[in-house]
Design a protein around this ligand. Structure first.
Ligand SMILES: [Zn+2]
Length: 140
């Protein structure tokens, strides 16, 4: 499940590798996240053992897909994200764009991504594991 979610978080950049659409367009849209989550859940989690968890899995995969677009919208690397493709070609960026070092240095870029992406992800993961541990402890 975690590997599939990680793959989903990277999947929108498939448009970067020769995909015949503009970068950060349809594969970064809300529609792609929704349809992708439904299709991936239906294909990879179709066995009976997943039946009770399928809705939650689809939600997690959809959030993983959408997280990529939201993180891209925090950057200054491009003209923005087509969140509403294929219905609109309007590109959006969040008002706060902490990713995208104006000096263009790789070290500055990596430092920004560590502070804005990696550390919050580690904190959220740690809090999730703590919460899960508490639930497991109270169940026994
Ligand atoms: Zn992207």
């Amino acid at each position: 499940m975690c590997l599939v979610a990680a793959a989903c978080a990277a999947l929108p950049d498939i448009d970067f590798f020769g995909w015949p659409v503009a970068h950060r367009a349809i594969t970064h849209s809300l529609a792609f996240a929704l349809i992708g989550a439904v299709v991936i859940t239906a294909v990879l989690f179709r066995r009976d053992q997943w039946t009770q968890h399928r809705t939650r899995i689809g939600l997690v995969l959809g959030l993983a897909l959408l997280s990529h677009s939201c993180l891209d919208a925090l950057s200054t690397y491009s003209f923005g994200i087509e969140f509403f493709a294929p219905f609109s070609e309007q590109r959006f960026r969040f008002p706060w764009t902490p990713l995208g070092d104006p000096t263009g240095s790789l070290a500055g870029q990596l430092m920004q991504e560590a502070l804005v992406v990696f550390l919050p992800a580690v904190l959220i993961g740690w809090l999730g594991l703590r919460r899960r541990g508490r639930r497991l402890m109270s169940a026994t």
